[in-house]
Design a protein around this ligand. Sequence first.
Ligand SMILES: *Cc1c(COP(=O)(O)O)cnc(C)c1O
Length: 387
Amino acid sequence: MRTTFLPFSTPSLADAEINEVVDSLKSGWITTGPKVKRFEDAFRAYVGAPFAVPLSSATAGLHLTLLALKIKEGDEIITTPMTFASTVSMIILCGGTPVLADIEPGTLNIDVSEVRKKITPATRAIIPVHFAGQSCDMDPLFALAREHNLTVIEDAAHAAGTEYKGRRIGSLDSISIFSFHPNKNITTGEGGMVCTADETLAEEISLLKFHGMSREAWKRFAASGTPNYDILLPGFKYNMMDIQAAIGIHQLPKLDGFIDRRKEIAGFYNREFADVAELALPTYAPYEQRHAWHLYTPLVKVEKLNIDRDRFMEELKKHNIGSGLHYKAIHHHSYYRDVLKIADSELPNASYASERILSLPLFPNMTDEDAADVVAAVKEVVRLHRR
Ligand SMILES: *Cc1c(COP(=O)(O)O)cnc(C)c1O
């Protein structure tokens, strides 16, 4: 057994990131400034988006996108139960009503035929999540959205570098929201980016993100700016800092390499676990895509074991292997259980996955030995707890 704890994820930061942050600190300009602009331009170019708005988090991106779309009381937004809480929380905080559509059992992405069933005259938007970095099937989703005049907002928190039919997520005909939380495929510490082709929407989000000040207001203390400023509407404080962007500037060029390494480890897991009947492995959608492998999420077939998923994770920990939970389904959280009142029978696939899913360690700096330790520990826990 390994002697040190292997976390489920840890960011890959090198001297370039560290030196760039130190450079910002020494420069006297640490908040929003030229490095945020550099990171915004580089990220926009990478994904192929006409407009990008850097923010303090993806949650801020979801919030401002919904506000900019004027989501109001009574509006229904369809999303997946297999997501982080903020996707759904932001709908509620904007006064909208979240409507959960079930997932496909293999990819765990939202099932377009389930989305169709949930559309009503009050539906305004659909928020698919590219689960674990695998693209949702966007063509049928866009067709459905066009048919019913709905906006598609991609929660692309897992999908930096994901491609769908040869196009990067961020460049499709929609709004995409990326996260740079330390567990995500690239990080800025905390951070997010909204990408869109809609200039008016990007402008509105830019205003809302920083007190409702005009777009270039961050320059007001620099030589090129003017100290006077104008408030165009009441706004939030959701701007990204140069200290954050300093990290992102050096993460982005490594993203493709990070994905290659993630794919290698996921491939190793897939081969090693192929004959473990107690696991259901993540499946690969048939359309052309690049999976960014943000997460590796097998389902533990608890029926075949004498322990549940939580105990399985505890047992892994005893072997010094960390794991994550992405996700306990939205309708299983106390708040949403009380407010949404959704029975498991209404979302059978998400409910099934919610009780069985776990995230095994997957990050670019893992060694082959680390991955082999994960496999050995999983197989040992299965062997000891097989029914
Ligand atoms: C991480 C994540 C978010 C939130 O991102 P933050 O940058 O932490 O606000 C939203 N949705 C999904 C699916 C996520 O994984």
